[in-house]
Design a protein around this ligand. Structure first.
Ligand code: GTP
Ligand code: MG
Length: 313
């Protein structure tokens, strides 16, 4: 197996798309093989810029990512996309009403798009997603974009692994913005008001601008002041501005050391997710054989913990 994996990695490093696809499938299907792959590929320093894109459902995240892909591709960069639980998969649906454009992305050697369904996966909810970021990093992708739907703690956890976090909103979604404030609205480095071609855009922009100024949204834990940018992904407007601010943020985190720290956090989190995944799988198998007496549930639980852990000796 080791040799197979090494050959596969070698071919993937040479840019063979089928081998990249197979590596990612191994990562999804087997924690053991995933661990082997990761031990071989993880480098001291990660080279890729991980960009997280989250936000209100239907705000145009996928359409915007498609624009970013085109931009980066035209600048000679390689782009990978990890779409966590996609509702409108980048690799399939007719984005921008333009299937041909997406198919171009899908077969372009500089672009690799992968969906990661995590619903229904037992334990280690997002291990595959995080591990895929490492793989793309090692394969030399310059921009690794992670799209996630922006709901719940897992989402926030995934987003926090990104170097640069984009929170996408759209005009006329005031209530949704309110509802999300406690969660994803706090984590953005860059807030994107997409669909700015819509008439209500100016009002929402003013609201978001005010909320950012007053610190109602965004967080200034680090010295980066969260930014607001207006785009229209369908019209292709504001994309240059967005790209410029993304680069500005990248320079900022590189200078301040946050870039490397994020990589350490990401890898630590990945190991934790793998541990969780292995533990839960083992626990599940063992707990079937247990016959609770009900006398001391706590002791029985501790016993189960010990037995589960002893399986890894
Ligand atoms: N008017 C307008 N519509 C847009 C814009 N960007 C995206 N849309 C439309 O909004 C809809 C949702 O776009 P998606 O890119 O799938 O949005 P998403 O945020 O990825 O959606 P989910 O992944 O389902 O949360 C599609 O019908 C797009 O064509 C925009 O800038 N202006
Ligand atoms: Mg989407």
């Amino acid at each position: 197996m080791k040799n197979n994996v090494e050959t596969l990695i070698g071919n993937a490093l040479n840019g063979d798309r089928a081998s990249i696809g197979r590596l990612l499938t191994y990562i999804e299907r087997s924690p053991e093989i995933a661990s082997k792959i990761l031990s071989i590929i993880i480098q001291e320093k990660g080279g890729g810029h991980v960009i997280g894109v989250t936000g209100i459902p239907g705000s145009g995240k996928s359409t915007l990512i498609s624009r970013l892909i085109s931009h980066y591709k035209n600048s000679g960069l390689r782009v990978a996309v990890v779409a966590i639980d996609p509702t409108s998969p980048l690799s399939r649906g007719a984005l921008l009403g333009d299937r041909i454009r997406m198919q171009e992305h899908a077969t372009d050697p500089r672009v690799f798009i992968r969906s990661v369904p995590t619903r229904g996966v037992k334990g280690g909810l997002s291990f595959s997603g995080v591990a895929m970021i490492e793989v793309f990093d090692r394969l030399g992708f310059d921009k690794i974009i992670v799209e996630s739907i922006g709901v719940g703690q897992t989402d926030i956890d995934i987003m926090n692994l990104a170097h640069t976090i984009l929170v996408v909103t759209a005009p006329g979604l005031g209530d949704e913005i309110q509802a999300l404030k406690a969660g994803i609205m706090e984590i953005g480095d860059i807030y994107v008001l997409n669909k700015s071609d819509k008439p209500e855009a100016n009002r929402t922009y003013a609201y978001l601008d005010f909320a950012l100024e007053t610190g109602e949204i965004g967080s200034e834990k680090i010295k980066w002041k969260p930014r607001l940018v207006k785009t229209s992904a369908v019209m292709g407007q504001g994309i240059e501005d967005l790209v410029d601010i993304i680069e500005e943020h990248l320079q900022f985190i590189k200078k301040s050391g946050i870039y490397q720290e994020k990589i350490r956090v990401r890898r630590r989190y990945m190991v934790r997710l793998l541990a969780e995944k292995l533990f839960l799988e083992t626990l599940e198998n063992l707990s079937d054989s247990i016959e609770p007496t009900g006398k001391n549930i706590y002791e029985e639980a501790v016993q189960l913990l010990k037995e589960t852990l002893s399986q890894f000796d």
